[in-house]
Write a protein that binds this ligand. Structure first.
Ligand code: BG6
Length: 480
């Protein structure tokens, strides 16, 4: 009989990140992180990065959903939901408040001990991202962020500290969250949150971002190697944002444009997974006369620290064209082409193109490219939810999004033979949005009573999607 459920070991879970849930931004010795100086924006309104924390501005991450104090209560809900794994991150600045200290902050280490113990005691395995947009602020101020090679050592020291401390509590790790988000160097929020970069007038942002990205890849490779020495059972992955960009027309130039745009996004995972600098990027640096600094030892480190699996987020797809008459929006890293909305798919209230088939396509594309196990560590639907008078959240639209994506994921596993470790939908509990800093761009299956201005009781409520996902997990994906 044909199998209709996922493999027995499939890891159903949920994902969040420390700075988007914990709050307690200065508690127990934590230092400021780069996330702590980013104000709230809105739908279509950019967040602002300020010089330190200003008294008259609202920073949504400072309290977030107060998971720092409420994690026991939240874990009970996650247990009821039935998840097997919980992906979160360690806030680097809880462990090394400034980032360049020799000795870690014991109170920060003890907090994650308690969190991981509580998860495990409730049958949930933690999956940990080492750096999810939360580099210590001091490393940006005093060193200029990842453009500076000293950050490689600071990151490796941090990674070694936490991997050693939690070697019996955490098996699955990821190094840098959505490291390829910054690819073109043009989005201030991304170059800040990925690499803690600020630019001087006249600097070449793309060149500096390539340098910072390569420094992170070297740091990641060194951490992977060390991690395997600390515990040979560790599974250490990368974390990529995969947005497949299709050719808008069947014009051969559009196909080529889509390939070129995708290469820029693959640059990071090509190095993570293959341990070499791809020819297309070396040629690009040559053409642009970029002086990217790397040594023979660093090239060797890249080879020795390739990842065990590819973790990635998938939310949407895009299209690209070179047809002059068509109107689109520019792509900084490929000026010959422009991006367009795909007329065959719909979009969320934030304009994110909803394309479940793109997930199956991506799974195939990545698996063929790297032949490594894959892990969908983010996927989900950001939407405005309404709380009914009797305290319900009827989020059928979210169920619809997740159901269609899980169906495609199932086809990829059962029909295409993709080796997929698990699925951790994003923002399993409502959290502060990264891109806009809103609370009301909600992804969760658990509602958190808080609005965009920071008002609310922080009370947790189960949404309809909670009951639905519980069934999906119970049936191991047979009932979707
Ligand atoms: C990814 C990030 O970019 O997408 C998360 O890893 C983020 O941190 C998620 O929250 C969704 O994006 P947003 O902007 O809707 O929160």
């Amino acid at each position: 009989m044909q199998q209709n459920s996922f493999p027995k070991k499939f890891l159903w879970g949920g994902a969040v990140a420390a700075h988007q849930i914990e709050g307690a931004y200065l508690e127990d010795g934590k230092g400021l992180s780069i996330a702590d100086v980013v104000t709230a924006g809105g739908n279509g309104i950019a967040r602002e990065i300020t010089e330190g924390v200003l008294p008259d501005r609202y920073y949504p991450n400072h309290e977030a959903i107060d998971f720092y104090h409420r994690y026991k209560e939240d874990i009970q809900l996650l247990k009821e939901l039935g998840i097997k794994v919980f992906r979160t991150s360690i806030a680097w600045s809880r462990i090394f408040p400034k980032g360049d200290e020799e000795q870690p902050n014991e109170a920060g280490l003890a907090y994650y001990d308690a969190l991981f113990d509580e998860l495990r005691a409730n049958g949930i395995e933690p999956i940990i991202t080492l750096s999810h947009f939360e580099i210590p602020y001091h490393l940006a101020e005093a060193y200029g962020g990842f453009r500076n090679k000293k950050l490689i050592d600071f990151f490796v020291h941090y990674a070694e500290t936490v991997m050693t401390r939690y070697k019996d509590k955490v098996k699955y790790w990821m190094t840098f969250n959505e490291i390829n988000n910054q690819a073109d160097g043009q989005h201030e929020l991304h170059t800040w949150t990925n690499s803690a970069l600020r630019f001087e007038e006249g600097e070449n942002k793309e060149e500096i971002t390539f340098q910072a990205g390569l420094n992170e890849l070297i740091a990641s490779a060194k951490a992977v190697k060390l991690g395997h020495e600390i515990n040979s059972d560790f599974q250490i992955g990368c974390m990529m944002a995969y947005v497949p960009v299709y050719p808008y027309t069947s014009r051969p130039e559009d196909l080529m444009a889509s390939l070129k745009v995708m290469q820029r996004r693959f640059f990071y995972s090509d190095i993570h997974a293959r341990g070499i600098l791809p020819g297309y990027v070396l040629k690009y640096w040559e053409k642009m006369e970029y002086q990217i600094d790397y040594s023979e030892d660093e090239l060797q480190a890249l080879k020795e620290g390739t990842v065990d699996y590819i973790g990635f987020s998938y939310y949407m797809s895009g299209t690209v064209t070179t047809v002059e008459e068509l109107q689109g929006y520019p792509i900084a890293d490929f000026p010959q082409a422009k991006m367009l909305n795909n007329p065959y798919v719909s979009a969320s209230d934030w304009g994110w193109q909803i394309d479940p088939v793109g997930l199956r396509y991506t799974l195939n594309l990545i698996y063929e490219r790297y032949n490594l196990p894959l892990f969908i560590v983010e996927n989900g639907f950001g939407a405005y939810d309404q709380l009914t008078k009797d305290g319900k959240i009827e989020d059928g639209y979210r169920i619809d999004y997740l159901r269609k994506h899980i169906q495609e994921m199932k086809a990829a596993v059962l029909e295409d033979g993709i080796e997929l470790l698990g699925y951790t939908p994003w923002g399993i509990i409502d959290i502060v949005s990264f891109g806009s800093g809103e609370m009301e761009k909600r992804y969760g299956m658990i509602y958190v009573d808080k609005d965009n201005q920071g008002n609310g009781s922080l009370k947790r409520l189960k949404k309809d999607s909670f009951n639905w996902y519980q069934q999906v997990i119970r049936s191991n994906g047979e009932t979707i």
